[in-house]
Design a binder for this molecule. Structure first.
Ligand SMILES: Cc1cc2nc3c(=O)[nH]c(=O)nc-3n(C[C@H](O)[C@H](O)[C@H](O)COP(=O)(O)OP(=O)(O)OC[C@H]3O[C@@H](n4cnc5c(N)ncnc54)[C@H](O)[C@@H]3O)c2cc1C
Length: 318
């Protein structure tokens, strides 16, 4: 790659040529684009199948969607945000952060939205990649950087008879905001990192909730303290203080007792009939070594030892 690079131009109908083609505009793709910009390069394009930046944080809008590591460390080290409102920030706040940074580095002019890359072919003679988009454009690039993410295509299980179900069916990653769950009978399939965030919230709203799980996850209860405005101002004024805060958050996370039986709790299987919302607290049960055998055995069918799976952070364990 030459040092200056020529600006990649975008025409929504024509084939394009660029030095670096970045596929995806989530945290990874944006980071790559920012780092190129910071080095004075303009010869790259961001190819994005959707119509906005953000990836995970654009797509996941379910109730309670938030990161599950402290946001001070779930953000770019070179673009720390002094204004996170709480320790574990919510999806709207994280997406707003990514939008702000995209604008700060003027990356929208480098983004080709609505462009899903479906094929890549390396031309040995020309030493170039030829990428093909779903609508048939060709993008030629010397370098291709994949920032397509691990989780951006929701996995929908094949359920016999689902096509004849007349109610709403949607994946948490494609939350149907038009579906009003108030007073409804709702079944949630799966108890992973997303369910642990939205189940306690919709439990307040629905008429009946059934939660289906295959393997009980390990769950650590946590509080989510707000970061006082005065502290945010200090972080903004004195960068050293937010570096210290970030370092402390990083250090404390690496000491978390993953899987320790002292602090770990376990979501038990839903094994009762549908209950009214007043029983919601019982849906997420604590498991401790001293728990009654009934609760322990509820979790034991697919029991995985504590240190073998990443524990989830449950915001509302009681
Ligand atoms: C609800 C949720 C919460 C999470 N919380 C955390 C957390 O707290 N901590 C943590 O470390 N991780 C978390 N993750 C994992 C998260 O996915 C990563 O942290 C990170 O956001 C991934 O960024 P990415 O840029 O690699 O991928 P993504 O954010 O998935 O972005 C990929 C982008 O590539 C685009 N794309 C994909 N294929 C193509 C194609 N063929 N052509 C063009 N564009 C394409 C997509 O549209 C998308 O915009 C969470 C994930 C989810 C779903």
């Amino acid at each position: 790659m030459n040092q200056t690079g020529t600006a990649a131009t975008i025409d929504s109908h024509k084939d394009v040529e660029t030095t670096v083609a970045i596929i995806g505009s989530g945290f990874s793709g944006l980071c790559m684009a920012i780092q190129l910009s910071r080095r004075g390069r303009d010869d790259f394009l961001i190819l994005e199948k959707s119509h906005d930046i953000g990836g995970t944080w654009r797509d996941n809008t379910y109730p309670g969607c938030a990161c599950d590591v402290p946001t001070a460390i779930y953000s770019y080290s070179f673009e720390q945000n002094p204004y996170w409102s709480s320790m574990w920030s919510s999806q709207p706040e994280i997406q707003a952060y990514l939008q702000r940074i995209t604008d700060k580095y003027d990356l929208r002019r480098k983004a080709v939205f609505g462009t899903e890359i479906v094929a890549a072919h390396w031309d040995d003679a020309a030493s170039r990649w030829h990428l093909r988009s779903a609508e048939g454009r060709t993008i030629t690039a010397q370098f291709v950087v994949l920032g397509v993410g691990p989780l951006n295509v929701p996995r929908l299980p094949k359920l016999n008879g689902i096509e004849s179900f007349t109610g709403s069916v949607f994946h948490s990653a494609q939350w149907d905001r038009s579906a009003d769950l108030t007073g409804k009978k709702v079944a949630v399939i799966g108890t992973g990192a997303s369910a642990i965030q939205f189940v306690p919230i919709i439990a307040e709203q629905v008429g009946q909730l059934q939660l289906y799980q295959r393997s009980p996850a390990w769950v650590l209860g946590r509080k989510n303290p707000t970061i006082p405005k005065a502290l945010q101002k200090l972080f903004a004024k004195v960068p050293l203080t937010r570096n210290v805060f970030r370092a402390v958050a990083f250090g404390s996370r690496s000491r978390w007792p993953w899987g320790s039986t002292d602090t770990a709790t376990c979501i038990s299987r839903w094994n009762g009939p549908p209950r009214p919302t007043s029983a919601r607290a019982s849906r997420i049960r604590r498991w401790r070594p001293s728990s009654p055998p009934t609760i322990r055995s509820a979790a034991s069918a697919c029991f995985s030892p504590p240190r073998t799976t990443r524990p989830l952070l449950g915001p509302t364990l009681r």
